[in-house]
Design a protein around this ligand. Sequence first.
Ligand code: ACM
Ligand code: ZN
Length: 767
Amino acid sequence: MKHLFLAVCLLLCSGALTAQTLNIIPTPQHTEVGQGHFTFNANTRLAYKHKDAKEVAQYFAQKIQRTAGFPLRKGKMGAAGTITLEMDASIKGREAYQLTITSDRVVAKASTADGLFYAVQSLLQLLPPEVESQQQLPKVEAWQIPVVKIDDAPRFPYRGVMLDPCRHFLPVDAVKRQIDMLAAYKINYLHWHLTEDQGWRIEIKKYPRLTEVGSRRVEGDGSVHQGFYTQEQIREVVEYARQRHIQVVPELEIPGHELAAIAAYPELSCRGEATTPRNIWGVEDVVMCPGKERMFTFLQDVIDEMVQLFPGKYFHIGGDECPRGEWEKCDSCQARMKAQGYTREAQLQSYIIGRIEKYLRGKGKTIIGWDEILEGGNLDTTAIVMSWRGESGGITAAKAHHHVLMTPADQGCYFDYYQGDPMVEPPYFGGYYTLERIFSYDPVPAQLKGTDGEQYVLGIQANNWSEYIHTPGRLEEGLYPRALALAEVGWSQMETRDAQSFVHRVDNDHALRLQAHHINFHIPRVEQPGGSCNHVVFTDRKMLELSTSRPLAIYYTLDGTKPTEKSTRYTGPITLTQTTLVKAVAQLPCGILGPVRTILVEKEDWHPATRSVVVEKGLRLTLNWGRFDTPYRLPETSDLPPTVVPAIESLRTLTDVPRNVRGVRDYAATVEGYVNMPEKAIYEFNTQNHLVWIDNKLVIDNGTQAVPRISTNNAQIALDKGMHSIRVTFLGGIYNGWPTYWDDAKLKYRVVGTKDWQEVKPEMLFH
Ligand code: ACM
Ligand code: ZN
């Protein structure tokens, strides 16, 4: 019986040791696993001849020296006990490689250094995860590498990640750390978004005010956010990336999203009015003026300096989200339109793109632009279209024989979108795209399959817009491990991709590699099915159900201590009969624990309805003018005479707020009175307002929430049918780039156990 079991096991194991169970991400195109191992130790030699192989060999040797602590001495090409890096022109494909591991030697072949570099990445992934350590390991005797023959090449030539240091600056070290990590997954393009409404981040010697003025933004609370890359730092990053076979694609955004440059040189805009870099998110109406020649002179001067710094073939010119209202009212713009015989402002957009495209073509560059560059017509066919507003721009462009890069927000290519329940995650822009969802994406849309448009899809990109990415750690939490799914989508053939095997590889092995690089990668937090809530209320007993966005072990404590894998393992709903602080954590199969989730589960008596006589509709309002940083200690007296407002959302509309949210008279306001609840129930409340008190209990406290827009502080309370006192406080102002005037300021509720949220409507409010 035991032998039979062993035999079945061997059969299964060997049969299953295919491309998908080999540890490599992205999954290689073709893999043949053999028997046995190559033993890698201090006697292993490294051989290469070709000068292009030398840099790859050094990269590998340095990594081994750093972790294993021994040098790889130079060996003879193809000899036993040797890892050979061989240039072989017969390997077809610029990034293709062949990696043959037998029990006595390792041979990597490629026709370019790119291919050899990727062979080395695959080889590293066949070594244990410790090889990625940033320090020397205690003692490495030997590592075993499985016998295998890999023939590999990417599905798409462009596999990219975009970084946005404009909304929140990203220091050089953090950029390099991403380059290191992304290169390990055969990502080969870094799109660097360097100019924005909220900040100009690249030194341009001819226009020093771009960084003196444009790289510095005064936030809503008066603090300053600033940062830019010197040309020397840019060169350093570009070279660092080159050594890791990543081409840096700079983005100079035109003609919109350029308020920081306009703040430095107001004559670039239609009106030429003085301004400052935008300190709120969203799209600025003030844009560059294509009616003026000096705008083109400026862009060409900037390009002249930028092309010296970025030797790659591609140059991104933005082109997205450019409001045209200013052009309609501008004499210069209208004169340009007349001279060109244009009837629509959209043609001005294509006029700019066309002129700059031609200028860049003269410098040997191919332009990439967001899909709006198709608008207005006349786009040169060499221009590459980056499809972000879904796939439709990409489909149209490919049919018109433009090369296309797929980065549709609605297919999970925006890594600033959620990957878990927003109630338990730090703030993201919105959306919801899990690791598995991104993994399943096919960059060739069904409409292009089998048409000649198919061949125009050059690849895929993930974008990391940084409105809510305040630190490198937050960037990494959005980016990893989703970048590994992106790598599979960009490199691996659809038929070799297997979601279950992918998640297995990530959770068992690659998580350890990310950890070795000190990457703050995302680990699912413990959630509650049907909607997570950090403050659960019951009156009798509670069955608390827990889950994770992908299946993982959950451990929890009920005594307030930090949970570990030694705590109670969750196997089903936890029965609670008294007030308890539940702390829970998910664990990856490789042993790494995720962030701890804390849920207050409170036993309450039913809050009785008030017997006071309340007759009038509406709520009493108090207000204090000024900017308040917290809602906790507001003045006792109101700056207004006694006022009644009809709704809770009236809190938001007490001042004039122009589209650009400039010159607003900020305030703090509170409404007070009674809410008439329709039935006896345990209710869950949700709001973006700062504080909600019901029956003198502080139910929702968003006072310390970094971004009030995204409250994770839903809370429950047990209420009898009828009137309950209520008090809601709102702070009007810009908080971390978010004007609270953009919130809906509503108070929402649902009966616990039901799905749909209702609004607290004016007919429920009295005073
Ligand atoms: C974009 O997300 N505005 C390209
Ligand atoms: Zn103009």
